[in-house]
Each structure stands twice: as structure tokens, then as C-alpha cells.
Design a protein around this ligand. Structure first.
Ligand SMILES: NC(=O)c1ccc[n+]([C@@H]2O[C@H](COP(=O)([O-])OP(=O)(O)OC[C@H]3O[C@@H](n4cnc5c(N)ncnc54)[C@H](OP(=O)(O)O)[C@@H]3O)[C@@H](O)[C@H]2O)c1
Length: 182
């Protein structure tokens, strides 16, 4: 299969299009044909290995995972013997900030990782681009006790995380004041 290969940390020039073996799903994994993936802020941080402390997860001297990509939307092509929560041809999307190797034609993912069936009204492109910001947004607001009628100021409300925070807060009935750069 075709994939983006990143064998050393640095700039986008280090990313090369290459051919690699198509992965085989293990018993608890799904094989997914990727229809859309993003280049998000987490991908950029992993490429540059900044902040440095990330290297203890991503690889000290060079990336442990040769293929970048943390978000995806695609269709299940095969499932392992122990997978009964998803089936072939299901449309799914997901995110993992430690790297999913989704900048490729195919990837495998454990059935227990952060993935879900795609809402029917979303395109692959919309689904793939909807997750990273929402993931961090939910991780932040999940730590506080949010009640309907509260007032919250969101600084950076037009960004990936901020626009997701605004939508979660509105869902919980919070009064939002949104601030952006301009
Ligand atoms: N710790 C983590 O794991 C983690 C993970 C992801 C992101 N982050 C951090 O979280 C922050 C947001 O990430 P993001 O992906 O949502 O970024 P983003 O999409 O680039 O959004 C940045 C937001 O900040 C606003 N902004 C810029 N300068 C501002 C200023 N002077 N005053 C008020 N708002 C200002 C922008 O407004 P405009 O639209 O008007 O430019 C935009 O709303 C970043 O600092 C990022 O590094 C941390």
C-alpha cells in the first residue's frame, strides 16, 4: 500500500510517499481502508518532536511509528476473530494522540481504542476533521462540574479546541462568551 513515511524528526520535507506492506489485523483489531485523514496540531508536534518530552512516547532518537497520522475516517475491510462490535463495511472514525499511522491507504486499530461508527449525515472528510479538537475539549470540560445556566469565557473560541468547547458548553446549556484573536 502507499503511505507517508517519516523516518526522522524535523520538517515536513522529511515526509516521503512510499510503499509499505499492508497491515494484517490481529484477533482484537480492525483493518480499515482510509478515506480521509487530517494533518492536525498533534501530527505537527510529533513530526518536530516538540516538546522534547514527547520523545519518551514517540521514540527518543527517531519516530517509533514510521507512518504519521492520528485521525482517520474510513471503512472496515476486515475484522479479527475476537471483534464482534464492528463488522466489514461499517464506516468508522477515530483519534489517538500517540499515533494511528493513518496517513496511509490502510491501518489497523484495536476494537478497544477510541473509534466509533460515523454519524450517517457526515462525509468522511467532515468526520476525520471533527475529532482532535473535540477530544481535547471534552478532556478539559469533563474535569469540571458544568451546570446549565453557568457563564463561561472561552479564550481562543474559533480554533479547533475552542470551537468544540463552545459546542459542548451550548449542549450543556451554558452561557458562553467567545474570544478570538481578531
Ligand atoms: N496540551 C495538549 O495536549 C494540547 C493539545 C492540542 C492543543 N494544545 C494547545 O491548545 C491551544 C489551542 O489549540 P487549537 O488546536 O485549538 O489551536 P488553533 O486551532 O490554532 O486555535 C487557536 C485559537 O486561539 C485564538 N487566538 C490566537 N491568538 C489569540 C489572542 N491573542 N487572544 C485570544 N485568542 C487568540 C485564535 O483566534 P483566531 O481564529 O481569531 O486566530 C483561535 O481561536 C494551542 O495553544 C495548542 O498548542 C494543547
Amino acid at each position: 500500500m502507499k503511505a507517508i513515511i517519516c523516518s526522522k524528526y524535523g520538517n515536513p520535507e522529511n515526509l516521503k510517499l512510499g510503499n509499505v506492506e499492508k497491515p494484517d489485523p490481529k484477533d482484537n483489531e480492525l483493518l480499515i481502508k482510509i478515506y480521509a485523514a487530517t494533518v492536525n496540531r498533534t501530527d505537527c508536534a510529533i513530526l518536530r518532536a516538540k516538546p522534547f518530552i514527547m520523545r519518551f512516547v514517540t521514540g527518543v532518537f527517531k519516530p517509533k511509528k514510521l507512518i504519521p497520522g492520528t485521525e482517520f475516517a474510513g471503512k472496515i475491510e476486515a475484522v479479527g476473530d475476537n471483534v464482534n462490535t464492528y463488522k466489514v463495511d461499517d464506516k468508522v472514525f477515530g483519534f489517538d494522540d500517540t499515533g494511528l499511522q493513518s496517513h496511509a491507504q490502510y491501518m489497523t486499530i484495536s476494537k478497544d481504542k477510541a473509534l466509533a461508527l460515523m454519524p450517517e449525515n457526515l462525509t468522511y472528510e467532515q468526520a476525520a476533521a471533527s475529532i482532535e479538537g473535540a477530544h481535547y475539549a471534552y478532556n478539559f470540560i469533563n474535569k469540571v462540574d458544568i451546570k446549565s445556566g453557568q457563564k463561561v469565557l472561552v479564550n481562543g473560541a474559533t480554533g479547533a479546541i475552542g470551537s468544540a468547547v463552545v459546542q459542548f458548553l451550548k449542549y450543556f446549556g451554558v452561557y458562553v462568551t467567545a474570544v478570538c484573536n481578531s
